[in-house]
Design a protein around this ligand. Structure first.
Ligand code: PXP
Length: 260
């Protein structure tokens, strides 16, 4: 196979929210999300992602301050588009912010942002973050109208929600799975053509990561819950390493480049 040098390296962002979920179950300091972040980096994570939710159910303000001060890799702060979160982001200046929809009653981020329907509201947040030198990502469903709206309001990046694709995999719905994969592929292509950097994430596991990693326009995957869950059985280092290896193998099958 002739190496295809057009296909970029695929970064892994490890989301450490659920280390904080376990810590908060008892209120103390253990397990420490920052320690998990250092370990994830040692094991091959290219960046660390943390979601500061409005109800502070896992990551705390102090976690963000410590991550920003001590991390050796870029911090990607996931947050709702609210004034409170904006002022926190501007205070800590993470490398990137990913704007996500947030409802207090949801267990996790259940859908993408409605950028097309909320342009006026979101535009101000995108501009303020970008003015401070923060890369801005919008977490969206793989839909053309959302991508067009994200490009129109000046986002640097879109992160495609892989939740529906992962659910079809869990249900063993082969037809639905193929359909969701097609939606992701098309969305990645359209977004890259519009000049947006393309990320993806939500619900990814060892079983579902490879087809997503083969989509050539995607340059970053953000993965959390599954890795922290796997860490219970075999340790975080080994979970991150295995995910990294699956991503590298999948990517090599597209690029024809040897894995280092
Ligand atoms: N990307 C975004 C924007 C998210 O909101 C989340 C969940 O916080 C993730 C990625 C990671 O999802 P998961 O924890 O299911 O791997």
């Amino acid at each position: 196979m002739t190496p295809n040098f057009e296909v970029p390296y695929l970064r892994l962002g490890v989301n450490i929210d659920h280390v904080a979920t376990i810590r908060n179950a008892r209120g103390g300091r253990h397990p420490d999300p920052l320690r998990a972040a250092h370990l994830a980096v040692e094991a091959g994570a290219d960046g660390i992602t943390a979601h500061l939710r409005e109800d502070r159910r896992h990551i705390s303000d102090n976690d963000i301050a410590r991550l920003k001060a001590e991390l050796t890799r870029p911090l990607n702060l996931e947050m709702a588009a609210t004034d409170e979160m904006l002022s926190i982001a501007l205070r800590h200046l993470p490398y990137a912010c990913c704007l996500v929809p947030e409802r207090r009653e949801e267990r996790t981020t259940e859908g993408g942002l409605d950028v097309a329907g909320g342009r006026q509201h979101l535009e101000r947040f995108v501009a303020a973050l970008k003015d401070s030198g923060i890369r801005v990502s919008l977490f969206i469903e793989p839909e053309e109208k959302q991508i067009e709206a994200a490009a129109a309001i000046g986002a640097d990046v879109i992160e495609l929600h892989t939740g529906a694709y992962c659910e079809r995999a869990l249900e063993e719905d082969a037809k639905g799975l193929a359909l969701e994969m097609e939606r992701l592929r098309n969305a990645a292509r359209i977004a890259a053509e519009a000049g947006l950097e393309v990320h993806a994430g939500h619900g990814l596991t060892y079983n579902t990561v490879s087809p997503v990693a083969r989509i050539p326009q995607i340059v970053e995957l953000n993965i959390g819950h599954f890795l922290i869950g796997e860490a219970i059985f075999g340790g975080l280092h080994s979970a991150v390493r295995r995910m990294r290896a699956l991503m590298d193998e999948a990517r090599a099958s597209v690029t024809g480049r040897k894995i280092a």
